[in-house]
Design a protein around this ligand. Structure first.
Ligand code: PLP
Length: 399
């Protein structure tokens, strides 16, 4: 089943250095050469099979990167020390002073700040647009556009763009379509839908343990080689290198990604249905009321569900914070940013992970201050979780 991302991941070759079931960890920053001509050649990427220095790569980073490429169906991948660095090196490689980036107006707050505050200091202009409105995207794109940027499921509003249609607009203007697939690994394969580059925060569902920060860029052989170029590659010259020990632990966690995504999705769907039935404003792609429910079905890989992210709009930040504290006290989950942990995590997005987006802009894009964003956990007994949850809703006079 070549088209199934988990099958591709399982089939991808794991080097068997020492007969262990897991590959050995490459634990060196630098590598010795048997001959000076090989050392010289390595600087020009002309010494196949030789590692030179771990900022450029090593066998463990290669193993995780190859697994990410298999997962996303890209020719190659590069792993980084954070999701933010994966996004930053990608956009800085694609753009130059005078370029424009057309970005979805609902993206993770850190990405919003990178695009809206930091990159303009280097002469890169960002136009934020509603990527669900293709006309608006077309109007924002001009001849200087280097990239169109969006998230598969936007953080925190869980809107989904039509990736194929955005890819078409990007192609027509010689721009790259970059998609952040952090919320939907396995669920959606943006490259198969036409994206040029997929970026990830591995910190989230991919690793699934909330014990480290990491990222990945998945793209063509050519683009990944450009990132590593010794003279002008952003990965090489900025150097956001993931440590090998962490790369190894993330690699091992990838093996259970399908089981975890399915359970996150089943639990989130169960809670979303009950929350909506209880009359609460619930945002979940698996609900028929979600504006892109049908689009999700048409873009998703079968068998992995609708993901673990869920939004509940409680109107005001006070109501969101009050419910969050009740849920934490009742053991439903933890008041924490981030996602993909075994336990349910929740935070009011407008005042936390999207706080970089100015309030008037939040208002304009429809991001309610009362939106409580949930990453639903792997709870074994989700019905028992719902009982606690519904008690909290009653205590907070929300039902
Ligand atoms: N992309 C999305 C959608 C995110 O939610 C985040 C972090 O919350 C990032 C990127 C940044 O990733 P990291 O925290 O690993 O740098």
């Amino acid at each position: 089943m070549q088209d199934d991302p988990m099958s591709r991941l399982e089939d991808h070759h794991v080097p068997d250095h020492e007969g262990g079931v897991n590959p050995a960890i490459s634990d060196s920053s630098t590598f010795a050469f048997s001959r000076p001509d090989l050392l010289r050649a390595a600087f020009h990427d002309e010494a196949p099979g030789c590692y030179l220095y771990s900022r450029a790569g090593n066998a463990t980073l290669r193993t995780l990167a190859d697994a990410m490429a298999a997962l996303e169906g890209s020719e190659a991948a590069h792993v980084t020390a954070s999701g933010m660095s994966a996004i930053a090196i990608t956009l800085m490689q694609l753009a130059a002073s005078g370029s424009r980036i057309v970005a979805s107006h609902t993206v993770y707050g850190g990405t919003w700040a990178l695009l809206g505050n930091l990159l303009p200091r280097f002469g890169v202009e960002t136009r934020f647009a509603d990527t669900n409105d293709l006309e608006e995207v077309r109007e924002a794109v001009n001849g200087d556009t280097a990239a169109i940027y969006c998230e598969t499921l936007s953080n925190p509003m869980l809107r989904m763009p039509a990736i194929g249609a955005l890819a078409q607009i990007a192609r027509e203007s010689d721009a790259a379509l970059v998609v952040d697939n952090t919320f939907a690994p396995l669920l959606v394969s943006p490259i198969a839908l036409g994206a040029d580059v997929v970026v990830h925060s591995l910190t989230k569902f991919i690793n699934g343990a909330s014990d480290c920060i990491a990222g990945a860029v998945c793209a063509s052989d050519e683009f990944i080689a450009t990132l590593g170029d010794v003279n002008a590659g952003t990965a090489m010259l900025i150097g956001p290198v993931l440590d090998s020990l962490r790369a190894q632990s993330i690699y091992k966690n990838l093996a259970t990604l399908d089981v975890r995504m399915q359970r996150h999705g089943e639990n989130a769907a169960f809670l979303a249905e009950r929350l909506e039935e209880a009359g609460l404003e619930t945002v979940y792609p698996g609900l028929a009321s979600h504006p892109e429910h049908d689009l999700f079905d048409s873009q998703a890989n079968p068998g992995y569900g609708y993901g673990g992210m869920l939004g509940l709009d409680l109107g005001t930040v006070e109501a969101a914070e009050d419910l969050a504290m009740r849920l934490q006290d009742a053991g439903v989950g933890l008041l924490a940013v981030s996602l993909g942990h075994a336990r349910t995590l929740f935070s009011p997005s407008g005042s936390s992970t999207s706080s970089e987006i100015p309030p008037e802009m939040q208002n304009q894009i429809g991001l309610s201050p009362g939106l409580l964003r949930f990453s639903i956990g792997l709870d074994a007994d989700i019905e028992a979780t719902w009982e606690r949850f519904s008690d909290c809703l009653a205590d907070a006079n929300l039902v």
